[in-house]
Design a protein. Structure first.
Length: 315
């Protein structure tokens, strides 16, 4: 069972009552089916009502849920024959950004993305999905390989932002992010980017400047985290909810602004409640995007990408 977020407390209480009933009647001497069905229907309705009116800050919490599928989960569910490639050929290998050759529904592709990890040990190993310069330089190398061999690029974006440590800055974090963004825009092959959780700052756009940008229904995508924005504007992270509202971080807002192309629906209650369905739905959306892009020559792909991003922000 998925863990509950703060705003899901009424749903958690109902589920707790259901669990207590089942435990009490474990020996089968009491018929609780009718009461469990009534409480379950009430819980399902509460879940539907809650997720129909999520605020931007609540969507941010859903996007950060620790049980949402991550890069390696999507790769296992959507791609065959994944062959990971390591290192930037300059400094080292960054485990926050992974990628390699794979097959997607019979088509050879290059898949790249952020991996946050799913427990304490793996989160530390993958640095919570916060890429370092060598990670973005690895991504550049893989995109160049894809371009050389004529393979579409699929990226899965899920990061709170690039790693802000002193060592990363010393190794040229800003330059690496800029070069990675530049490489996305320069690709002569189709590029489909999917925001599957958090799309934070330059750390996200460095892997998301594609021909088609997909975004999960409850994902978020912004130039800075709500807490960071609130700390700058109000000198306190307590205003994060207000910042999230003002920043237009949700898929629905960004679709209206022309920043993303497609909103990918999530299972009721978020991708973490039914990862298999979320993965399958994302796979269909990626497949549709690739079908639309396949057949275009490199000049057309670059021009379309250029026009797409230059049009953003125009009145």
């Amino acid at each position: 069972m998925a863990s509950f977020l703060d705003f899901e407390k009424p749903i958690a209480d109902l589920q707790g009552r259901i669990d207590e009933l089942r435990e009490t009647a474990a020996d089968g001497t009491v018929d609780i089916d009718a009461e469990v069905a009534r409480l379950q229907a009430k819980s399902d309705k509460a879940l539907r009502d809650t997720y129909a009116r999520l605020t931007p800050w609540q969507k941010t919490q859903v996007a950060r849920h620790g049980e949402r599928p991550h890069f390696l989960t999507y790769v296992a569910g959507l791609f065959d024959g994944f062959m990971p490639l390591a290192g930037d050929r300059a400094f080292g290998d960054d485990q926050a950004i992974l990628g390699g050759f794979a097959q997607f529904r019979g088509q050879r592709v290059m898949v790249i993305g952020h991996e946050k990890g799913d427990d304490t040990a793996s989160r530390l190993r993958h640095n919570f999905g916060m890429g370092k310069p060598e990670g973005y330089r690895k991504a550049i190398r893989l995109m160049q390989l894809a371009d050389r061999f004529g393979l579409p690029v699929v990226t899965l974006v899920d990061t709170s932002g690039a790693f802000p440590g002193v060592q990363a800055e010393e190794r040229g974090q800003a330059e690496a992010i800029a070069r990675s963004t530049e490489q996305c825009l320069a690709l002569g092959v189709p590029m489909v980017a999917a925001i599957v959780g958090e799309g934070g700052s330059g750390g996200a756009i460095a892997l998301a400047a594609g021909n088609k940008v997909l975004m999960f229904e409850h994902a978020v995508y912004s130039v800075i985290s709500p807490e960071g924005c609130a700390s700058i504007l109000w000198r306190t992270a307590d205003k994060a909810a207000d910042a999230a509202e003002a920043m237009k971080v949700t898929a629905q807002d960004l679709k209206g602004l022309g920043i993303i192309d497609t909103i990918v629906p999530e299972p009721l209650g978020g991708a973490h409640r039914d990862p298999a369905l979320a993965i399958a739905t994302l796979g269909d959306a990626i497949g549709d995007a690739l079908d639309e892009l396949n057949g275009h020559d490199s000049k057309q792909l670059r021009q379309a990408r250029r026009e797409k991003f230059l049009a953003m922000g125009r009145l």
